[in-house]
Write a protein that binds this ligand. Structure first.
Ligand SMILES: *[C@@H]1O[C@H](CO)[C@@H](O)[C@H](O)[C@H]1NC(C)=O
Ligand SMILES: *[C@@H]1O[C@H](CO)[C@@H](O)[C@H](O)[C@H]1NC(C)=O
Ligand SMILES: *[C@@H]1O[C@H](CO)[C@@H](O)[C@H](O)[C@H]1NC(C)=O
Ligand SMILES: *[C@@H]1O[C@H](CO)[C@@H](O)[C@H](O)[C@H]1NC(C)=O
Ligand SMILES: *[C@@H]1O[C@H](CO)[C@@H](O)[C@H](O)[C@H]1NC(C)=O
Ligand SMILES: *[C@@H]1O[C@H](CO)[C@@H](O)[C@H](O)[C@H]1NC(C)=O
Length: 656
């Protein structure tokens, strides 16, 4: 009799992964069986990460928007106002993982890295070449050196989400975290930022810098010195008033210490000022002489920003923000444009200094996001527009925040620990936004973008140039209108003439409120508790014939929709699921067609359904209340398809 643990090792080794299979241990998902659980019947409605609220879409405009027209030159030289080249190696959107939730999102320790996490990152780097991940957030302020693991074998002390200063008692064991990060970078081109603890700088705790540099080497992009320092006064971390001059003073002290510390050999890759735009504007910081003081120490200038907050509902702070009332602000281009207006001086300064300007932490709303909004297709559209608008305003990169089980906006999250033996992961709608921007800018490191100034605020539009030549149009219809009255014919035109054909990839869902069946070019990670990080379904790239005589291509944009129009014939549109995968499940030879759950293989080699039911730490039935009979039926269906030849068909597993 083979135990489950042995199975996971056997399967991990047997699976046709590209590299590193042996370093990655499956978490033994009994997973696909649970896809018969409707996602609207989430097992734990109390956890924000699986919020079931579906909002009403905003009322469509009347008179409706039915057509729009954009013409651009083919050559970048003829188009003033294009952004800087997006030439940092990383995908435009990286991730910012709250330090306290590493064990919910990345791995348990250096030997237990989550394969689903690796599969998701693999899909990003397939498109961009590299990705940046920051470990930090409010919880970084208290991170401290800890010898070895905590009692339970974990690398963090407490798993609850530390989204505010009130819930923090968190420490990452620096040594183990760094080793895990290095192990991840050995598998995939993932590069890291770490945050230095700034709660109490009367004594600087620099072990994170020492171990980080020593263990991660070049895979450490930079160290963040201070997180949202403009809030230190208000949040009681410093005596008030705490000014940008005080912050300068602390950084001078920090760099004095670093200069004396031989264990921190890299002294010029720091990240600052990371202000939240709450108490200080960027100009307040620049006006202190900040750039002159620290230019030689900095890898990048950084800010952090959310368009709204849900602090009242989460913590009783501020005023109540009703999700339904706030939904429309996420479905208009004006939100991104007005937020970016505050950074025009700053991105220019960064350009003049020749350093990146990074949005170091963002998402739909601080204090955890909003129910109904943060996991919706509408949120994916907003994050796409916010990212493209930042890119056109000369931000170099942005990091989407990942907050854990208690927040609404996670790009990805593991199942709650007591369900990890039978549920798969959850991929949030905003993960698609990061995947798509990785594809929009690609690997050429020459991508430049411009906001085309669409007449309707609900239909932002951009043009992207690579190697100084038009490569893509990016088009939105943020209007939700099932009647079809606001379906748009977007006419795109090139001054020197359109090609005979263009290829189009759509991000689709039924409605801006939808939280299920979100697909990028036909492929999806699945609904809540269905994801293993691998895109499922056939890649669907639409070919559209253009009218060369009228010099335009008519791109249909149903209400709602999002489209990337690939203009250049040599453009790589064929990228779907990444070729590098990591085994949570064994795969058949053909990519994108089938997955076989380890549990199914276990069954076919002698375990019965009854055995499997008893193996999980929790009984399935107790989770959903409607589990057991359905599961039994699913198991029979799976066994039947195994019997007829082992080619396990996606439709059978991946029901919705
Ligand atoms: C992880 O990295 C450490 C330190 O570099 C190394 O000793 C260890 O073998 C790695 N573990 C795996 C599983 O790759
Ligand atoms: C890593 O975590 C797993 C699961 O919690 C545990 O079984 C294992 O012993 C840990 N590894 C180390 C090196 O402690
Ligand atoms: C933060 O620093 C203060 C001293 O300024 C200290 O009293 C407090 O315990 C620290 N908080 C944590 C969680 O370490
Ligand atoms: C940008 O800089 C100009 C010139 O220094 C200044 O007048 C303006 O107020 C600045 N913008 C912001 C948002 O502070
Ligand atoms: C971005 O930078 C480019 C190049 O310096 C400049 O032409 C453009 O106006 C800037 N865009 C914005 C929105 O500031
Ligand atoms: C999992 O743990 C949570 C929190 O302790 C609890 O509320 C929930 O009922 C548990 N679920 C199962 C299936 O045991």
């Amino acid at each position: 009799m083979v135990t489950l643990a042995q199975w996971s090792v056997l399967l991990a080794t047997a699976a046709p992964t590209v590299r590193g299979a042996v370093t990655v241990y499956g978490q033994i998902p009994m997973g696909h069986l649970t896809t018969s659980v409707a996602s609207d019947a989430a097992p734990l409605p109390t956890l924000a990460a699986y919020d079931g609220l579906v909002l009403n879409p905003p009322t469509p405009p009347n008179p409706p928007v039915t057509e729009e027209y954009f013409q651009v030159p083919r050559d970048a030289a003829q188009l003033p106002g294009l952004s800087i080249p997006h030439s940092t190696a990383s995908a435009f959107f990286g991730f910012s993982v709250e330090m306290s939730v590493i064990t919910q999102t990345i791995g348990k320790n250096s030997t237990h890295i989550f394969p689903t996490f690796l599969n998701l990152m693999s899909n990003i780097v397939e498109r961009s070449g590299e990705i940046w991940i920051r470990l930090g957030g409010n919880t970084q302020e208290y991170a401290k050196y800890h010898e070895g693991l905590f009692e339970d074998g974990r690398i963090t002390q407490k798993e609850d989400s530390g989204t505010t200063q009130t819930t923090l008692r968190q420490s990452c064991t620096v040594l183990i975290c760094s080793i895990m990060m290095a192990n991840i970078s050995a598998l995939l081109p993932v590069k890291w930022f770490l945050g230095l603890p700034f709660n109490d700088t009367s004594v600087f705790h620099l072990e994170i810098a020492e171990f980080g540099q020593q263990i991660l080497g070049d895979n450490l992009v930079g160290l963040q010195a201070g997180n949202e320092p403009d809030l230190y006064g208000r949040h009681g971390k410093r005596p008030e008033p705490y000014s940008p001059f005080d912050y300068n003073g602390e950084l001078f002290e920090l760099f004095d210490l670093i200069d004396q510390n031989p264990l921190i050999p890299v002294k010029d890759k720091f990240i600052a000022p990371s202000i939240s735009h709450s108490e200080w504007t960027p100009e307040d910081v620049w006006n202190t002489g900040f750039i002159d003081h620290f230019r030689d120490r900095l890898f990048a200038l950084t800010v952090e920003r959310y368009p709204n907050n849900n602090c009242f509902a989460q913590f009783g702070v501020g005023t109540y923000q009703d999700p339904q009332t706030n939904f429309p602000m996420f479905l208009t281009h004006e939100t991104a444009v007005s937020m970016n207006a505050g950074y025009v001086n700053s991105t220019l300064i960064a350009q003049q200094e020749g350093i990146p300007f990074i949005m170091f932490e963002t998402n739909t709303a601080s204090c955890g996001g909003f129910p109904g909004i943060s996991q919706s297709y509408g949120a994916a559209l907003w994050v796409l527009d916010w990212g493209l608008s930042m890119a056109s305003h000369n931000f170099s990169n942005a990091l989407l925040h990942v907050g854990g089980q208690n927040v609404y906006y996670n790009p990805w999250i593991s199942p709650p620990t007591n369900q990890s033996s039978f549920n798969e992961w959850t991929v949030g709608s905003v993960f698609y936004s990061s995947l798509i921007l990785a594809e929009v800018f690609g690997k050429s490191a020459t991508g430049r973008i411009i906001d085309l100034g669409a007449p309707s605020p609900h239909t932002p539009a951009y043009a992207v140039y690579e190697r100084d030549t038009l490569s893509k149009f990016v088009l939105f219809n943020m209007i939700d209108d099932p009647s079809g009255a606001n379906n748009i014919n977007a006419m795109v035109s090139v001054a020197s003439g359109v090609p005979a054909q263009v290829r189009v990839k759509y991000l689709t869902a039924d409605s801006v409120s939808s939280k299920t069946n979100i697909r990028w070019a036909g492929q999806t990670f699945g609904n809540n508790f269905e994801a293993d990080g691998i895109l499922k379904g056939d890649l669907d790239v639409v070919t559209i014939d253009c009218s060369v005589s009228e010099n335009r291509c008519n791109i249909p944009l149903r209400a709602p929709s999002f489209a990337v129009v690939f203009m250049a014939s040599d453009e790589v549109t064929g990228v779907g699921q990444a070729t590098a995968t990591f085994a949570t499940t064994a795969h058949t030879k053909a990519r994108n067609t089938a997955t076989v759950d380890p549990a199914v293989l276990a069954t076919s080699n002698g375990h019965s359904y009854q055995d499997r039911k008893n193996l999980g730490s929790t009984s399935h039935g107790s989770v959903t209340g409607h589990g057991v009979p359905q599961r039994a039926i699913s198991a029979v269906a799976i066994l039947t398809s195994m019997a007829v030849g082992g080619a396990f068909i996606l439709n059978g597993v991946f029901r919705r």
